[in-house]
Design a binder for this molecule. Sequence first.
Ligand code: NAD
Ligand code: DAU
Length: 360
Amino acid sequence: MRDGLRNTAHKILSMKQTSKTQTILVTGGAGFIGSHFARLAARRGMRVIVLDKLTYAGNPENLEDIRRGRKTAGLLEFYRGDICNAEMVEHVFAREGIDFVVNFAAETHVDRSLLGAGSFIDTDVRGVHVLLEACLRHKTARFIQVSTDEVYGSVAEGSSKESDTLSPRNPYSAAKTGGELLARSYWTSHGLPVIVTRGSNTYGPNQYPEKLLPLFATNAIDGQPLPLYGDGLQVRDWLHATDHCSAIFFLMEKGEPGEAYNVPGGNERTNLEMTRVILDELGRPESLIRRVEDRPGHDRRYSIDGSKLRALGWRPAVLWEQGVRKTVRWYAENGSWWRPLRSGEFLEYYKRQYGKRLGI
Ligand code: NAD
Ligand code: DAU
């Protein structure tokens, strides 16, 4: 039964590959990683349909260069809409003829999920269901669910393999786990060719300034304190956005339906190490670091084993320290991108999250 489904999935993919221009739906494509992926897909000649709700984290400016690019102009179509809205999703599928779906759309910030989890359950679980149903109806050749290394929970020793038990510990990662398990169930139950990717902590240009690197870089540029949680010795494995996207693209073509794949950067560093490189690149003093009250239930370490993906032939290209320094310079040179974002909703959130911690 399973082999039959696999053969069907491969057949569908190769049939679609013979058509002239392939069409890919990139949900959440106006966000950080989604916009890098939309750029990659357009540069590779695909028609890219972005469906994005434009929450606080979505920014159509992230797609402007694709719209204007010499090679990519005319390949991008943008729909503002919610993946939880089944009518809207059906409209996009029926109108555009979608070959592949890569689902980046999500509520993504752990700290916000601790302040309120409702929107995380909506988008990261219910929204995935809406997309899966549309893919079934339209016989989509691949559905890539972009998941996260956080689904394994905190890893004291060694590195998580894809077959390990999932043990998420915060509302964000619990919702992402729900979404990916639901997606994989559509392969076993309905033969929908689903692939799950579990990427590690991603950094690069165009990341909303609430996450560690862009928050600390933009604070440091303005001479404001950097709120480092707890002892700062928590470990994350850093992956550049372009590497994360190249792995997803690679898996869309080479991954086995029904499988999950870890996508590690291979760069495990403490938050303190990361903070020091940011400050050094900007020529700012370490006295800007403020040790503040820790994130509740803070996962101490993430570490994923990348041998399954490596065996297929994929490798990351960006070296950690070079990539971080270049990204920090991007923030230093692109105030026009992030300054408007650090207002209104951001300032309200900042006060709620850091007011007591920083005494502001
Ligand atoms: P982001 O917060 O920058 O972007 C999320 C995008 O999704 C935004 O454009 C937002 O407007 C859109 N969106 C949110 N809710 C939506 C909805 N209901 N309907 C349509 N669009 C909606 O996130 P990111 O960091 O680019 O992450 C993208 C994906 O990658 C997420 O699924 C995340 O879980 C996963 N991921 C992120 C990282 C990381 O370190 N950033 C690592 C591994 C996996
Ligand atoms: O591991 C993949 C995950 O990485 C993704 O699935 C998430 O969407 C993404 O947000 C990221 O989650 P983290 O919680 O690891 O990222 P964040 O940038 O929020 O925090 C990184 C580390 O830095 C974490 O140990 C908490 C710490 N930190 C973060 C902030 C925002 C601080 O010490 N101070 C801060 O102000």
